[in-house]
Structure formats: C-alpha cells, structure tokens
Design a protein around this ligand. Structure first.
Ligand code: FES
Length: 111
C-alpha cells in the first residue's frame, strides 16, 4: 500500500492507483470531465489538475493519469491549481469537439 497526503489528509491507496481514485476513496472531490470509465484516459480536459509535491519540487499534474507515490503530497485547491485555465478556453475544445457550436459572433462556445 502507498501512503500519501491529499489536502492535508493521510490517504492509503493501492499501487498503480490514480491520484483521482485515491482522492475519491478518501472523500475528496476532484472535478473531472474526460475521465469516464467507458473511455480510455487521455488527460485532454485537464479539469482534474492538482498540485503535487515530491521533495522540494512541485508540479501540476492531471490526477486522472498520475499514479500515487509513497510520500506524495497533493493539493487539490492550491493557488497554482486555481490559476489553471478553466474548461472552455480551448483546452476542452480538443477533448470534446462534438459539443462545440458557433455563437452569433462566430466564435465557438460551449453548449
Ligand atoms: S478528467 Fe480530464 S484530464 Fe483528468
């Protein structure tokens, strides 16, 4: 079993478990869009980004693709996470091209 900390909470998860599933099992909600059981994960929407800390280094990763590691510290609501582009700015456009529709101004928007 792997021990990590998510939002200050001690969490234990099986090896090869995504941070997203470890968080959910611990009752910590991370929003998702493209992580669905019926499709393979691609990390396309980036809605599930979290900040991780390993040693002195921090990174932003997609929690649906990044697996738990011993001693990992995860922050789902850090300033860096809050500054990540929200869905609808073009990143999600690549994830779900079929739901885009043109607006009156000719720009694309989300339904
Ligand atoms: S839910 Fe879309 S990248 Fe993780």
């Amino acid at each position: 079993m792997i021990n990590l900390i998510i939002d200050g909470k001690n969490v234990t998860a099986k090896k090869d478990t995504a941070v997203l599933e470890a968080a959910r099992a611990a009752g910590i909600n991370i929003p998702t869009l493209c992580a669905h059981e019926s499709v393979s994960r691609s990390g396309a929407c980036r809605l599930c980004v979290v900040e991780i800390k390993k040693g002195n280094r921090t990174r932003i990763v997609t929690s649906c693709l990044y697996n738990v590691e011993e001693g990992l510290i995860v922050d789902t609501k850090s300033e860096r996470v809050a500054k990540c582009p929200p869905p609808g700015d073009g990143i999600v456009a690549g994830a779900l091209p079929r739901i885009r529709s043109p607006t009156k101004t000719g720009q694309r928007a989300w339904c």
